[in-house]
Design a protein around this ligand. Structure first.
Ligand code: 5GP
Ligand code: ZN
Length: 114
């Protein structure tokens, strides 16, 4: 999508601190980190929200979880713990409408989230 911030980051048109990438996803550090480790994992394909995922995308979405596991290990937070979060629409505070998984760790987190 031409006007999507995360599509532009995925295409390398807007700079980001890239952590890891594969053919169909990319992971980069959040510009406003909410924890010592705060990484966003996104599919290269533009999917606006969790409401827009479709049958057939299971493998792609599963790869985001595998990426989270792998990156958590590399960031040294796998054993201490981390959170993988997907915000959907207004009540969850979604601000960028290209689906993304937040990988947060490196500190204790409260539950329930605010
Ligand atoms: P959401 O609220 O949509 O779940 O999360 C969007 C996230 O994207 C926020 O945590 C925000 O800090 C991050 N973000 C917004 N703009 C940029 C940007 O230009 N670069 C990077 N790396 N992160 C961004
Ligand atoms: Zn997009």
């Amino acid at each position: 999508m031409a006007e999507c911030l995360f599509c532009k980051i995925a295409a390398g048109e807007i700079p980001a601190e890239k952590v890891k990438e594969a053919d169909d996803w990319i992971a980069f550090r959040d510009i406003s980190p909410q924890a010592p480790t705060h990484i966003l994992i996104i599919p290269r394909e533009h999917i606006a929200t969790l409401n827009d995922i479709e049958v057939g995308k299971e493998a792609l979405l599963g790869k985001l979880f595998l990426a989270a596991k792998q990156i958590a290990g590399e960031e040294g937070i796998a054993e201490s713990g981390y959170r993988a979060v997907v915000n959907c629409n207004a009540d969850a505070g979604q601000a960028v409408f290209h689906i993304h998984m937040h990988l947060l760790g490196g500190r204790e987190m409260g539950w329930p989230p605010g």
